[in-house]
Design a protein around this ligand. Structure first.
Ligand SMILES: Cc1cc2nc3c(=O)[nH]c(=O)nc-3n(C[C@H](O)[C@H](O)[C@H](O)COP(=O)(O)OP(=O)(O)OC[C@H]3O[C@@H](n4cnc5c(N)ncnc54)[C@H](O)[C@@H]3O)c2cc1C
Length: 388
């Protein structure tokens, strides 16, 4: 494991971020990791993990100090999400969703909106990012949810599907179309809906293959009335907000996937170092060593690219869409491949729930699908080379 540990240690984080990361590792080792299998089985929302994360004040690391947080670097955030996902992917998804969902508020909300909404999130509130609809998945611009201005209010009608944490969220960052704008794409707008809004209801909950304790629900907005001051930016600014949000959330999905991949790799290495067949430890067979060599090398390269993209975002570079697509696509494909090979290296035991690799393989799959499927990312990356 030396080469990967050296790569981890080479992350040049300031002392305070390093100390926080150590505290996260201890929390994952002592609490979150040991509870992961039971949460996977029960599919119950992991409140004690979320409460423990909030005791460490982790939401604060992405919220500016002026609004109750203690903002740290994006690289530190990526390193944290990777650690949490390594111990429990479902808990990582819940915490990561908080970041993905609240980032548009941090980047685009007015001072009044931030003062009103962010301190509660810094203190442990949960946020949902509501984009997908039953007929608008990969092409989110096909969404039908409608925002109709009515005096000082906005009236919302529509439905969302596959919304992470939607049954527990305190705040919903909701995408829809402004009724007064005719052009389909130009109409996309964003509003902020607070918990308890009349007409907002949870209409279904998914029973998932993996990341089972992270809830994924359908939401209905039936004449939901919110004050106009809950509009984010101007009507029609939705696409700008969406693209900016995705540039930050896609590397986060990569970090999450790499956490799962790293857990699977470490478990597999430990297992084949002690499992014997034909009088030798399995790791001594050359065919097995070739598998490890490919997995470890790809992990090192992908992790290095993750830190590179993270550093670009910390430097304030905005044009990082292709880099974000590349790291999301490659990290999630790698997580799927490594978790599948980790099952293979465990033989028949890997197919049984006594070993965590069985869960890692199920948890990894969704990372290739959400935040843009990997087919969509391949298109985005390939298209960027067309000379116009
Ligand atoms: C566990 C989970 C959590 C989620 N969390 C959230 C959330 O918090 N908020 C939210 O808004 N959404 C969320 N999603 C939704 C997720 O982002 C979508 O599922 C994803 O964007 C794909 O959309 P779809 O499922 O409708 O698939 P579709 O778009 O119908 O795609 C089906 C298949 O067709 C392929 N395809 C589609 N278009 C093209 C194309 N142009 N070229 C080539 N292939 C194409 C896709 O790659 C895929 O293989 C979540 C989903 C899941 C399962």
């Amino acid at each position: 494991m030396k080469v990967l540990t050296r790569l981890d240690d080479s992350l040049d984080l300031p002392e305070e971020e390093r100390l926080l990361l150590d505290a996260v590792r201890a929390l994952c080792r002592d609490q979150i990791g040991p509870r992961a299998a039971a949460y996977d089985q029960s599919a119950e929302f992991p409140w004690d993990n979320i409460n423990a994360i909030n005791e460490l004040g982790l939401n604060g690391m992405f919220i500016p100090e002026d609004y109750g947080g203690a903002k740290m670097s994006y690289v530190a955030y990526l390193a944290t999400i990777r650690e949490i996902a390594k111990s429990c992917a479902a808990t990582g998804l819940i915490w990561g969703t908080n970041f993905h969902a609240v980032k548009p508020v941090i980047d685009f909300a007015t001072h009044e909106q931030k003062t009103r909404l962010l301190p509660g999130i810094a203190n442990g509130g949960l946020v949902s990012l509501c984009i997908t609809e039953p007929t608008a998945g990969s092409d989110a611009t096909g969404m039908k949810t409608r925002f109709t201005p009515d005096g000082d209010d906005i009236v919302i009608n529509g439905g969302k599907t596959f919304i992470s944490t939607g049954d527990h969220a305190d705040l919903f960052v909701l995408f829809g179309k402004w009724s007064e704008i005719e052009n389909d794409k130009a109409a996309i707008s964003v509003v902020l809906v607070e918990k308890g809004a009349a007409g907002l209801s949870v209409t279904g909950k998914e029973d998932k293959m993996g990341q089972r304790a992270a809830s994924t629900v359908s939401l209905s907005f039936d004449d939901v009335r919110i004050p106009r001051e809950n509009l984010l930016c101007e009507p029609g600014d939705g696409l700008k907000i969406l693209f900016s949000a995705l540039n930050k959330s896609r590397p986060s999905i990569a970090a999450h996937a790499l956490g799962i991949a790293r857990a699977a790799f470490e478990d597999a290495v430990a297992y084949i170092n002690q499992r014997k067949q034909s009088g030798r430890n399995i790791i001594e067979f050359q065919g097995i060593q070739f598998m490890l060599a490919d997995m470890a090398t790809d992990l090192a390269l992908c992790e290095s690219w993750l830190w590179q993209v993270g550093a670009m975002i910390d430097r304030g570079e905005e044009d990082v869409g292709i880099e974000a697509s590349m790291v999301k696509m490659r990290a999630s494909d790698l997580a799927m491949r490594i978790t599948e090979e980790a099952v293979q290296l465990h033989g028949g035991y890997g197919y049984c729930k006594d070993y965590a690799v069985e869960r890692y393989m199920r948890d990894a799959k969704i990372t290739q699908i959400y935040e843009g499927t990997n087919q969509v990312h391949r298109q985005l990356i390939g298209r960027s080379f067309i000379e116009r």
